[in-house]
Design a protein around this ligand. Structure first.
Ligand SMILES: [Zn+2]
Length: 351
């Protein structure tokens, strides 16, 4: 009983903290709307006679026209809307535009983006959820309790969300939901699908088979790395996405022009060299033999072969834009068998 009460209180607190958030976003819009248009279209006579009253009226009238340009509704939105990706958009930019977390943009558009921020392309039509959470298409035989649990929410969260149009007495085990129906899962979350490379060590290079034709067979020996790294590029700044688990981007996009050299960050053995079927284009993976692997993607040229030993600083390829890439850059990842895909900024030397 006490537990139920606690949960009820928690839900109440959650609700009441979320509501003011929505309201405050709303207020910001009104303030913005009130300021901008007064300058553009003043009404001197009205303002002179009844300043406070007329000002309020004007701001309300204009706030609608402003809404058309800012995409922020003057009332909390409950429906999913479509957004067409523009040139120069990023997952972060789109999320900010609609007051959502970047994860929500990926979670609501698996069909289009497949959890991969590099897939974002102008012209794509994205689902924009009204709240942070996930979007789920109902399948025949699905069970609401199971679906809710998968996304880390309660069945009531789904049932009570107005846009889902479910009656309050919806059966949790056998709900009458038409297969194909899309449900908004407010507050839902899930792990991203890992489109990136598995850890490819020289002992187990065959795990990379699923990645494409660049996988290497058995490799028995080769140089071991020093454990410290040099920059893989001549330029040492970003061009594209930073390391960001929030958008499933576990590497850094380093600036460079087509054909600029790409260097081995440490000594090791080439365990992947060739095409990657998952958007990386031409890829080289080096196993450094000490728990570290490094990955170099979108290459225009590959200058090493499977099983080849490389020394730190060797040129292994050239910067390109192969695979899913919007321009020449190096997508670079540092992987550790113990820590996974780490933030390269923490391990590359200072600029
Ligand atoms: Zn990248």
């Amino acid at each position: 009983m006490a537990t139920i009460l606690l949960i009820a209180v928690a839900v109440f607190v959650l609700r009441s903290t979320r509501l003011p958030n929505l309201l405050s976003t709303n207020q910001n819009t009104t303030v913005l709307a009130a300021e901008a248009p007064t300058q553009a279209a003043p009404r001197p006579t009205a303002v002179a006679t009844l300043p406070p009253f007329v000002a309020a009226k004007v701001s309300r009238a204009i706030s609608r026209s402003i809404t058309l340009h800012t995409d922020v509704p003057d009332r909390p939105r409950t429906k999913v809307i479509k957004y067409t990706v523009q040139r120069g958009d990023t997952i972060f930019g789109i999320a900010e535009k609609f007051g959502l977390k970047p994860e929500t943009i990926l979670w609501a558009n698996y069909d289009v983006l497949a959890d991969d921020p590099h897939r974002l392309t102008p012209g794509q039509k994205l689902n924009i959820l009204p709240v942070d959470g996930t979007y789920y298409q109902w399948h025949k035989g699905d069970n609401l309790t199971v679906v809710a649990k998968f996304f880390g929410v309660k069945p009531e969260d789904i049932i009570n969300y107005p846009a889902n149009n479910l009656p309050p007495d919806t059966d949790r085990q056998h709900p009458n939901i038409k297969p194909g129906t899309w449900l908004i899962i407010p507050g839902g979350h899930r792990s991203f699908v890992n489109w990136s490379a598995p850890v490819i060590t020289r002992k187990n290079p065959a795990v990379a088979k699923i990645l494409g034709p660049g996988f290497c067979g058995e490799i028995y020996e080769g140089p071991v790395g020093t454990g410290t790294f040099i920059w893989p590029t001549t330029l040492h700044y970003l061009s594209g996405y930073d390391y960001s688990p929030a958008i499933n981007h576990y590497g850094i996009d380093i600036a460079g022009k087509l054909g600029y050299p790409v260097y081995a960050v440490d000594s090791g053995v080439v365990v992947y060299a060739g095409w990657n079927n998952w958007g990386y284009g031409n890829v080289v993976v080096i196993d450094h033999g000490n728990g570290w692997q490094s990955l170099y993607a979108h290459l225009s040229r590959i200058l090493v072969k499977c099983g080849q030993g490389v020394a730190q600083g060797d040129m292994i390829g050239a910067i390109g834009s192969t695979g899913r890439s919007t321009g020449p850059h190096l997508h670079f990842e540092l992987m550790n068998t113990k820590y996974g895909r780490v933030n390269p900024w923490d391990f590359l030397p200072g600029k």
